[in-house]
Design a protein around this ligand. Structure first.
Ligand code: NAP
Length: 246
């Protein structure tokens, strides 16, 4: 096993924001673990591109809402690269739009285990390995302050939990040289809107965005990369909103 200085896990790295982030970090010299839940083909495309361009990447399957999958994911990284130094908690889902009065406990629990429990578990495993410091970036959403009314309040509330996790964990870890920050995208062109039942959602809400357009996954990736980098060495417990002024 080679010694590598910066080892990053991007959860949900096979598509969308996670894929753009994985590729960007690969270009910057990180050894990248691209986690995915089921889409091996897309995960392989991401790692092939990184490896072809002279970077180092592996793809590891794992449902980050399942504790044993998370521990296995970190063990695979230990074996391939050594102790993780950087973590991007990106994996997240939303479910078809509906009002709160229609939501079942199954739906709410699925959202919270995928979007929140997963981050706690990945943070726990990362912290164990960050004896010499490290950096965590959580991917929340502007939905945490907008609320997701009539569409997905469950999703918005799960992102509110991520904001609070960011604040509390950053304070727990500040003296151990582990920084914890958060990006809050909104209206980014990815597959996620189709999962919410409205693939063209951004087209519909575009007029309400002060910049008048949706964002690209690459625009989120560069903010994540900044927060991970030494350029952000005095920044912890903070938020970068990427929502065109919304
Ligand atoms: P996306 O295009 O739908 O991609 C989702 C990624 O997460 C895929 O790589 C998927 O893996 C993975 N994933 C889903 N459930 C998983 C699980 N249980 N375990 C492991 N991986 C899992 O989503 P995206 O739009 O890039 O969203 C990424 C993050 O940004 C999410 O946290 C989302 O809430 C946040 N966000 C997005 C927007 C937006 O407008 N798009 C706005 C605000 C916040 P597979 O490929 O294997 O399915």
């Amino acid at each position: 096993m080679d010694k590598i200085e910066s080892i990053v896990l991007v959860t949900g790295g096979s598509r969308g924001i996670g894929a753009a982030t994985s590729k960007y970090l690969g270009e910057q010299g990180y050894a990248v673990c691209v986690n995915y839940k089921s889409n091996l083909i897309e995960a392989n495309k991401v790692i092939d591109e990184i490896n072809k361009n002279g970077g180092r990447a592996i793809a590891v399957q794992g449902d980050v809402s399942i504790e044993s999958d998370v521990t296995n994911l970190f063990e695979q990284i230990d074996k391939s690269y050594g102790k993780l130094t950087h973590l991007v908690n990106n994996a997240g889902i939303l479910l078809p739009q509906m009002r709160v009065e229609e939501m079942t406990s199954d739906r709410i629990n699925t959202i919270f285990s995928t979007n929140v429990t997963s981050c706690f578990l990945c943070c726990r495993e990362a912290i164990k390995r960050m004896e010499n410091g490290g950096v965590i970036v959580n991917v929340s959403s502007v939905a945490s302050r907008i609320g997701g009314a009539n569409e997905y309040v469950d999703y918005a509330a799960s992102k509110g939990a991520i904001d609070t996790l960011t604040i509390g964990l950053s304070q727990e870890l500040a003296s151990r040289n582990i920084r914890v920050n958060c990006v809050r995208p909104g209206f980014i062109y990815t597959d996620m809107h189709a999962d919410g039942g409205e693939p063209n959602r951004i087209q519909r809400v575009k007029e309400l965005i002060p910049m008048g357009r949706g964002g690209k996954p690459e625009e989120v990736a560069s903010a994540i990369a900044f927060l991970l980098s030494d350029e952000a060495s005095y920044i912890t417990g903070t938020f970068v909103d990427l929502a065109g002024g919304k």
